[in-house]
Design a binder for this molecule. Sequence first.
Ligand code: PRT
Ligand code: MG
Length: 220
Amino acid sequence: MSGFQANSQLILALSKGRIFEDTLPLLEAAGITVTENPETSRKLILSTNDPDVRVIIVRATDVPTYVQHGAADFGVAGKDVLLEHGGEGLYQPIDLNIAACRMSVAVRNGFDYETAVRQGARLRVATKFVQTAREHFAKKGVHVDLIKLYGSMELAPLVGLSDAIVDVVSTGNTLRANDLKEVEAIMDISSRLIVNQAALKLKRERLQPIIEAFERASKK
Ligand code: PRT
Ligand code: MG
């Protein structure tokens, strides 16, 4: 628990981009204003109007790790990221209904996915979400070779690295722009508030009102 500061200090872990943007109104609802902009500042620790509350900016996939180890007391992460992390040491009180998208299987236009599946073909699937993909294809009884990637999944079928990808999709514009089509929706995704389990006990007085404000604001 070396990460913990005095009991009144709170650290919130967020990723830049859509999660940061969509969390700002929820923070405002809790009376917290972030006074620095991560898009223009190079700082990784941002201050707020509350001297006891700071925001750290980390990669989306690293948010659960910081919270699990208590280096951050709470954070916001996508269900996609949480499923891969496993959720150990994390309390997940609420679905914030932000950064909504879906996890899908996509293939190149012209690739007959249904027939390949029906004929029991072994599929090469490229993805950042190997746990989710493994579980999905196991449930369907489809044999897959999973290829772990860290980004730009859309490229894999175009250059013959894989037959299919598992990725998150929101507008579908990226798939369309790359001659790919969605062939299966695996699950709906949104971002969740996650809280370090020890922090929830030790700092409940400070955390509880924020959790409740987030909950009220995210229902609107
Ligand atoms: O970008 P980085 O590699 O640092 O990490 P990241 O992609 O995990 O982070 P970020 O900030 O892009 O996403 C954070 C969270 O937002 C994800 O964990 C998802 O839960 C959620 N989210 C919502 C999305 C999208 N919508 C989304 N569209 N995450 C990624 N995308 C990608 C999508 O895969 C596609 O490549 O954005 C691209 C554009 O999507 P389309 O369908 O609108 O074209
Ligand atoms: Mg991204």
